[in-house]
Design a protein around this ligand. Sequence first.
Ligand code: UDX
Length: 456
Amino acid sequence: METLETPKAGVVVLVPFPLQGHLTPMLQLGTILHSRGFSIVIAHTQHFNPPNPTNHPEFTFFPISDGLSGRDTSSTGNFLEIISAINTNCIQPLVKCIMMNKLQGQIGCIIYDSLMYFVDDVAHQLKLPSIFFRATTALYMQSYYAVLALEEKKMLPLPAESQLQEPVPELHSILRYQDLPISVSSKISKTLIEFIKNFSNIRSSVAVIWNSVEMLDHSALQQLQHQYQVPCFPLGPIHKLSPSPSQTSLLPEDTTCITWLDKHAPKSVLYVSLGSLATMGDKELVETAWGIANSGQRFLWVVRPSSVNGSDWIECLPDGFAELTRERGLIVKWAPQKRVLAHWAVGGFLSHCGWNSTLESICEGVPMICRPCFGDQMMNARFLVHVWKMGIELGKVVERESVEKAIRMVMVDELGNEMRHTAVEMKGKLELSVRKDGSSYRSLDELVEFIISLIH
Ligand code: UDX
């Protein structure tokens, strides 16, 4: 059994949700709180995507039995089924872990990902304060409430397809029904509604932490702060508050791409990646490939193993494309994305617009081509294009002509000058948030004080 280092400011237990886009910001939060004097315990799923403890010798890791040992963790399969299993199977193991390690007397609070909603009950049972952690925007959370309100009023499914283009009442006017995180034009199961209720209920949590930032998410943050009536701490972009970069990837990072980028001119390479979950069909892969080829631009493309439906990797790419890749591109299975986006050679990002990728791109002033897939990605894309004006969106059906046009627009065309300029401005504004006296920096100071007040 591991022993905890003597707590300085106190012990904080973090319970991350085991998918890359959730795990990364939670581990980064751990790094930040550790640098502020707290001892950090990571209570993580034992079998399903466990983090690698050797990357964080400063933390204490406690595996929690999740009952998912036989599961293929490379694909998420039925998402809701996995979330449900984890939230049922981990209750007793987490209680046991805290009791057996005699942590109760030392813990200041338990910070849990909103998808690990069982933790609030455990904390309550053990008389420990819990803090609700949300890896995404307050705006996304508002969209859950919008879906629940529509369901309550029996307005779902929407009667007419044409309504999908209309703005959703009570959300930012730029957001349409089709940007909501679920398909509102087909029947919605009771189970899905129950999950949305679970994800959006802060229960008895004494505070809320967001990986979001005032500058991008002001109005939704304000509204939810008012609604929740507990302190809210927007700390985004969390990775920029961290005193040191930490290794949080579940897949091995291919760092040869950095050496490859070193050889290229400033802003001459397009980076392409759809994050850790999104998949594409073989036809879309081929259309994207020809779009990239015909744009004439250099490219670094991440294709995760098994992310092309029906293929192990990139077998279905046309032969000619392999030759072109040797001349002016590189395809890897997983990249050190933050380093890639911060590299001078990268001039544009074709992305699924997951929230981490969105924040990371804004942080580096890289304009985006948005190809959203699910969840919050449609809303993030909508904001990137119409509010922050540093991106363009690909149509629903990906065709080589539109891909080529979008790449040229983002990378080189004169018409893209303003977008490139705005992206750099956005980077500057976001940097202010994490500087001393910036909104996220202040929020972090307040969070530290708040946790200390829970201990004493
Ligand atoms: C998921 C959801 O899809 C996303 O919409 C939600 O906001 C968070 O959870 P994911 O799809 O993986 O996450 O996207 P994203 O949020 O962008 O997170 C991906 C993370 O993986 C980023 O931090 C990115 O830097 C990292 N990454 C991605 C790599 O380090 N290397 C890669 O090659 C690709």
